[in-house]
Design a protein around this ligand. Structure first.
Ligand code: NAD
Length: 503
């Protein structure tokens, strides 16, 4: 038996329950179908066959979930931070115990290769552990002195939160939003992406098995325009955290306006890797390749544009093309696979369309640019060269293993190209000249920048984008800023003069 065959057999044991019962909603501790009884299909990225049927929640299911979250809120809010820390650390332990199951289900649901999904499951546990340990300090505030008064601030959880997640690495991204919400004392209604909803169901079950009270975390599946829209409009939901596309953020802002919800958006990116001629070329090539071809390039912080100083452009792109050509595209459960199938035929069609757009616009396909096989959503890792930044391949988020290489002359031109995009999520700079690196980081329009590094996430640091890449920051204490309200108490420190009105 090959490792792939062994993994396939294992995956079937984990998927059996979903094949039998479908992907149900989870409300107030109970696994239930949609009230309407309706379901929708999810397709396997591997062969396009039906993977499972999913409860098609709508406004009625969102209402039940929001009520459950509102009912559970006072007790969860009033639990001490130390008690919440214990429960959330137990959730992290339970995730680690079931990490293999999570990784296998996620790989089959999303097409992401198992080599990355094992780590994503553990990263989910790390998110829980990090915010668990911050729970006891979540309500802390400041004292602010003024003559005649001392002010004391403290924070309180805002209430039930709506969390809406995308289909790429859904397990990790869900933990990233939900762990801080729970640590702060909020309760949650989660609407997972319709293309990859399976691990959201595993996650809530794991959390309850580890001691999370019923109703604190509820999951309603469904379409964006159905369950998603209803969640954004529900009056019991006090704040809404979205990870998704910019146009979805824009719709949600409008939908949430009537109930005056606080919103937090993590949206798309067209992130530049900027490589100067003095860079460590070997490391820069490896980082550029890693940041676009890992996770199928279906990653918000992927380096989808590489800007290369013209003196090293030929050499650099040649090396990237060689590496891209050597990458194994294959079944997500094959341990050798780097690039698995894209999430869905609709998304694959979008990615493939850019191969024609690149040619029409006059770019060269230096690697890939083709679909692999007739079955499943497999595409070769692709590199476009001879590109300019005004081309659609340099401006639009392709969200696949597709890299656009653009030459530049000097740092001023590199900066102008890097900033000439609607997005501003991440940027990567490669140079040994520290002054030049700082000149760039001071001017780049990006929420997160890495110098001489790929994206290495440190949980206490802020994560988020500028321009059309998002609103708000996650990570460290920034997450609590979103999930909590700050209250101020002013104490008079003397008998100050109070104006007398009316005699
Ligand atoms: P999407 O915006 O299409 O969908 C995201 C979620 O929003 C889904 O659950 C969907 O059902 C829901 N939704 C859609 N319309 C809605 C509506 N009107 N009301 C309420 N909910 C609605 O995004 P996607 O295609 O699933 O994910 C890919 C996108 O996510 C990319 O743009 C990617 O860059 C972005 N992303 C950003 C980050 C980040 O941290 N910045 C991380 C991961 C992904």
């Amino acid at each position: 038996m090959t490792s792939l065959e062994k993994n396939l057999a294992k995956a079937e044991t984990y998927l059996a329950r979903f094949r039998a019962e479908g992907v149900l909603n989870h409300i107030n501790g109970a696994s239930i179908p949609a009230q309407s009884g309706e379901v929708f299909e999810i397709l396997s990225p591997v062969d396009g066959k039906v993977l499972a049927h999913v409860a098609k929640g709508d406004a009625a299911d969102i209402d039940a979930a929001a009520r459950a979250a509102a009912a559970a809120f006072p007790a969860w809010r009033d639990l001490s931070g130390v008690e919440r820390r214990k429960i959330l650390n137990d959730v992290a332990d339970a995730i680690v115990e079931r990490a293999e199951e999570i990784a296998f289900v996620e790989a089959m649901d999303t097409g992401q290769s198992i080599r990355f999904m094992g780590k994503a499951a553990l990263r989910g546990a790390a998110n829980f552990r990090f915010f668990a340990d911050k729970a006891p300090e979540a309500r802390d505030g400041q004292t602010i002195y003024a003559p005649g008064q001392i002010n004391m601030t403290s924070r309180r959880p805002i209430g039930p939160i709506g969390v809406i997640t995308p289909w790429n690495t859904p397990f990790m991204l869900s933990t990233w939003k939900i762990a801080p919400a729970l640590a702060s004392g909020c309760t949650v209604v989660h609407k997972p992406a319709e293309f990859s909803p399976m691990t959201a169901k595993l996650l809530v079950e794991i959390a309850e098995s580890a001691g999370l009270p019923k109703g604190v975390w509820n999951v309603v599946n469904g379409l964006g325009e159905g369950a998603g829209k209803a969640l954004t409009e529900h009056p019991d939901i006090k704040a809404l955290a979205l990870v998704g596309e910019g146009r979805t953020g824009s719709m949600i802002m409008k939908q949430a306006a009537d109930t005056l919800k606080r919103v937090h958006f993590e949206l798309g990116g067209k992130n530049p890797v900027i490589v100067f001629e003095d860079a460590d070329i070997e490391r820069a090539v490896d980082a550029a390749v890693f940041m676009i071809y890992s996770l199928n390039g279906e990653r918000c912080t992927s380096s989808s544009r590489v800007l290369i100083q013209d003196s090293i452009y030929e050499e650099f792109t040649k090396r990237v093309a060689e590496k891209a050509d050597a990458i194994k595209v294959g079944h997500p459960l094959d341990p050798e696979t780097v690039v698995g199938p894209l999430i869905h035929p609709i998304h694959e069609k979008k990615v493939l369309s850019y191969f024609d757009i690149a040619k029409e616009d006059g770019a060269t396909i230096a690697a890939g640019g083709v679909k692999v096989g007739d079955e499943g959503c497999y595409v070769r890792p692709t590199l476009f060269t001879n590109a300019t930044n005004d081309m659609r391949i340099a401006q639009e988020e392709i969200f696949g293993p597709v890299l656009t290489a653009i030459p530049f002359k000097d740092k001023e031109e590199a900066l102008a190209i890097a900033n000439d995009t609607e997005y501003g999520l991440a940027a990567y700079i490669w140079t040994k000249d520290l002054t030049r690196a700082l000149w760039m980081t001071d001017r780049l329009e990006a929420g997160m920048m890495w110098v001489n590094s790929e994206n290495v996430r440190h949980l206490p640091t802020p994560f988020g984008g500028v321009k059309n890449s998002g609103i708000g920051r996650d990570g460290g204490d920034w997450s609590f800023d979103f999930y909590m309200e700050t209250h101020n108490v002013c104490l008079a420190t003397g008998d100050h003069h109070i104006p007398k009105l009316g005699g």
